[in-house]
Structures are given as C-alpha cells and as structure tokens.
Design a protein around this ligand. Structure first.
Ligand code: C5P
Length: 223
C-alpha cells in the first residue's frame, strides 16, 4: 500500500442509523445512509488499520478487509462497540444514533384505537461516543461527528468538551448538497487547539483526507 499511516492500529467505527422497535412491525429511525461511516472504514483499512465497523441497517456493501458487526438498536450498538474496545486505538463515531427509544416494545402489533391522538413514551438512549470517551481504562483516541443546521462550529466545540472527545467533525447539514443522503460532504475538523476546513468533495475522497488528519492528531497524542 502507498498509505500506511495506521498500520498495526485497530480502529472501531460506528455508522448508519439505529432502529428502535415499537412493536413487532414498527420502529423509530432516521435517514442516515451510512455513506460517511463506510467511506471512513474503507479509508482506514486502506491506511493499514484493522477495522471493525459497527453498523446500523444500511444498503451498502462492506468494504474489503473490514470486519462488520451488524446491529439495530442503540443499546446493541453500544454493546458491540464496547466489546473489545480496550484493544482499540482509535474510535470514530459516525453513526446517527436515535436519541430516544420507546419505553417498552409491545409484544403484539399495536392496534389502531378510536382516539385521534396517540402518545408514545420514550426513554433516552445511552450516548455511545461519550461512554467510550469516558472510559477510565483502555480509552481509545475518540472522534465524534456534529451534524448541525446553524452555529455549526460553536455547537461542535461545546460537544467536543461535553463528551470529552479528542476531535469532532463539524458537518453543516442545512446545505442539501452535503447532507445526510448526498454523495458529497464538506466538514470542519475541530480540536481543542484549532480548526481545519475540508471543502466539498465526494464522501470517499473526504474520508481519505479525514483519516489522514485524524491519524496525524492521534499519532501526535501518543508521541
Ligand atoms: O449529541 P449528538 O447526537 O449531536 O452527537 C453526535 C455525535 O455523538 C456523533 O459522533 C454520534 O455518533 C454520537 N452519538 C453516540 N450515541 C448517541 C448519540 C450520539 O455515539 N446516543
């Protein structure tokens, strides 16, 4: 390979949406395509890393030389992420995790009643990236994403601090050219020290640049 900045390193990446069941036939989810996370997994493998991709339900092929663990719910994604995390050097949270899940999953299909209004009770899901970043032992270098529609850098910075991340990738999703389902993206990589803008390009190309940048920050933190 031409690119081996991450050779010998273990990388875990979350990608895609989570799916939170309501009953045997229904769920709450979002429009995440998983493209950015899968592109990062491919770029990390091309950079020489051994990559575990923890993926919610998406319609994408698993990149070559990437181990993929398929999950549905946020709780499953957390368990699959924590399994073996102490052996991991770098964690990148690119998944669009549902913030809340139904309090209970009905055993049978919920029937339509005569009421016009139906209320759902939801409970907060665990924050996967904050859990990993808060590990007392075996904490990997931890990178999050911040998808925002306004004050993108400010919100990203406060998330960086609140979740105790090493880096955060700030993503302006108010622009439909670079949002959730598109093939292109443009981001700003934010650390405690500064910011690096990565202009609009394909998610595949952007992933290569991001892995290069993230690897530099990670290697600096270990030296
Ligand atoms: O707080 P917010 O959801 O905007 O933070 C986004 C970042 O946190 C992303 O890196 C996302 O993958 C991660 N996240 C997570 N677990 C959650 C919610 C968000 O890992 N329950």
């Amino acid at each position: 390979f031409e690119h081996t900045v991450l050779s010998g390193k273990r990388v875990v990446i979350t990608a895609g949406p989570t799916r939170e069941p309501l009953d045997p036939v229904r769920y709450i989810s979002n429009h995440s395509s998983g493209k950015m996370g899968y592109a990062l997994a491919e770029a990390a493998a091309d950079a020489g890393a051994s990559v575990k991709l923890v993926s919610g339900p998406v319609m994408l092929p698993v990149p070559p030389r990437v181990e993929c663990v398929q999950v549905e719910t946020a709780e499953e994604m957390l368990a699959a992420t924590l399994d073996g995390i102490e052996a991991c050097d770098l964690f990148i949270a690119a998944a669009a995790v549902a913030d809340y899940r139904p309090v209970a999953i009905a055993e049978h299909k919920i029937k339509k009643g005569s009421e016009e209004i139906m209320e759902l009770r939801l409970v907060k899901n665990p924050d996967i990236v904050a859990t990993v970043a808060g590990l007392e032992t075996g904490r990997p270098f931890t990178v999050g994403f911040a998808a925002e529609t306004r004050d993108v850098i400010d919100y990203a910075r406060s998330k960086l601090a609140r979740k105790r991340l090493d880096l955060i990738v700030a993503n302006d999703v108010s622009n439909p050219e670079i949002g959730f389902n598109s093939d292109d993206n443009a981001v700003t990589l934010v650390s405690a020290e500064g910011e690096t803008g990565l202009p609009q390009t394909s998610k595949r190309q952007l992933a290569r640049q991001l892995i290069e940048q993230i690897a530099q920050h990670y290697l600096k933190s270990t030296s």
